[in-house]
Design a protein around this ligand. Structure first.
Ligand code: ADP
Ligand code: ASP
Ligand code: MG
Length: 410
């Protein structure tokens, strides 16, 4: 019998009282094959969005401490309901908030990193043979204030807990059967992957495959924990995210991802002097803004000025725009503009390292369908292109097809 099994149930698996009861039964069944079970939960359905909507009705820029105190509540509701449903079936369970479970984070709000889990309380409850239900997405900082760890962060809570409890595997239950070659809701011909490497999954998650939170994959990689992504609606085997794929890599591309949550900020007429880019991007980094897809170009050969443009996630857009405007004034730049009409489509695969021409094939595929590429970024195992948002789903389907990822029908 396995010692401890850590499972995570996402909002899509807990969206109604009926679903909570179904998950309760699933956890009880898990307890039959393990000495102890820890279940990490997200908020029911899209209830976190509803809380964010409420915040925006009372405040234009909700202050971060109260924002976290508010949006962490969705997880509290599902944890206690799930515990009630399990107890109702005659099995002992207890819900713990992030603070009660000893999840300590950085002091930063909205996207705090988990620093440490003090597992004593969890261990005590497990020793009493309780199933322990823990709220994902939240922790507590050095001031004893509630923090949240970024949208979609419950996956990370689960993997961090699995690491703290020394488990080798973490089961992530969701509403699809596993990780697919692309979002199965965008491309019905998408194929479920039996396994995927940490590095590929990290790229896919960071580039928009929201089935896993990127930091959950980072944490799994650091601790060599296998993530098993599977459906809470059936018993099928899912996808294993692990160090190395035992299957031979015979395709250059493993997956296609789409991110429609990025916008471009451009700052025009920046003096062409050494150190300016460093000063500007350090300023953004200090305020916790992550930037991507940076382009610097010379505006006018007769004048020593540059244009710098970069992309940021929509969540950071208003802060990043404000900071860029402040910097534009300090640097005496000409203007700042934003563009939210882009989408980033990417191809990911460890197989592309050994094959030339993969990027070229991507550009050609988009070009043949008249999809204009506005920006390009690459790494060893990915190529990303920014394109018009209204061409995004078409681009995903074209690339999925061009790289032979679809289910083979005989
Ligand atoms: P949960 O509520 O369980 O956390 P999410 O909505 O966060 O679920 O993540 C699951 C969703 O991720 C799926 O419903 C699917 O639409 C989307 N998704 C995006 N890319 C992929 C992919 N490559 N494989 C599987 N699902 C994906
Ligand atoms: N409930 C949180 C969110 O909607 C965390 C999660 O779902 O993982 O972002
Ligand atoms: Mg999720």
């Amino acid at each position: 019998m396995t010692d401890i099994i850590v499972q995570k149930y996402g909002g899509s698996s807990l969206k109604s009282p009926e679903r909570i009861k179904a998950v309760a039964q699933r956890i009880i069944d898990t307890k039959k094959r393990a000495k102890s079970v820890v279940a990490v939960v997200s908020a029911m359905g899209k209830s976190t969005n509803e809380l964010i909507g409420l915040a925006s009705q009372v405040s234009e820029q909700p202050i971060a401490r109260e924002y976290d105190a508010l949006i962490s509540n969705g997880e509290n509701i599902s944890a206690s309901l799930l515990s009630m449903a399990i107890n109702d079936r005659g099995v002992k369970a207890i819900s713990l908030t992030g603070a009660q479970a000893g999840i300590r984070t950085e002091s930063l709000h909205k996207k705090a990193k988990i620093l440490d889990v003090r597992t004593q309380r969890i261990q005590d409850e497990l020793d009493k043979d309780q199933i322990v239900i823990i709220t994902g997405f939240q922790g507590i900082n050095q001031y004893d204030d509630i923090t949240t760890i970024g949208r979609g962060g419950s996956d990370t809570s689960a993997v961090v807990l699995a690491a703290a409890l020394r488990c080798q595997e973490c089961e992530i239950y969701t509403d699809v059967d596993g990780v697919y070659t692309t979002d199965p809701r965008l491309e019905p011909a998408a194929r479920k992957l039996t396994e995927v490497t940490y590095d590929e999954m990290l790229e896919m998650a960071s580039l928009g495959a929201k089935v896993l939170h990127p930091r959950s994959v980072e944490c799994a990689k650091e601790n060599e924990i296998t993530i098993h992504v599977r459906s809470s609606f059936n018993e099928h085997e899912g996808t294993r995210v692990r160090k190395e794929s035992v299957m031979e890599v015979n395709q250059p591309v493993t997956g296609v991802t789409l991110n429609e949550q990025e916008s471009i900020i451009s700052i025009v007429g920046v003096p062409d002097q050494p150190g300016i880019a460093g000063r500007f991007f350090s300023y953004l980094a200090q305020q916790g803004v992550n930037v991507d897809m940076i382009i610097q170009s010379v505006e006018n050969k007769t004048e020593p000025v540059n244009n710098i443009s970069f992309s940021v996630l929509e969540d950071d857009l208003s802060l990043a725009t404000k900071l860029t405007e402040e910097m534009a004034q300090t640097l005496k730049a000409k203007s700042v503009s934003t563009d939210s009409s882009i989408a980033k489509v990417s191809i990911v695969g460890v197989g592309m390292m050994s094959r030339p021409g993969v990027a070229a094939q991507m550009f050609q595929t988009l070009g043949e369908s008249n999809i204009n590429i506005k920006r390009i970024t690459t790494s060893e195992i990915k190529v990303s292109c920014a394109i018009d948002r209204d061409k995004a789903s078409q681009a995903v389907q074209l690339l999925h097809d061009a790289f032979g990822l679809a289910v083979v029908t005989q």
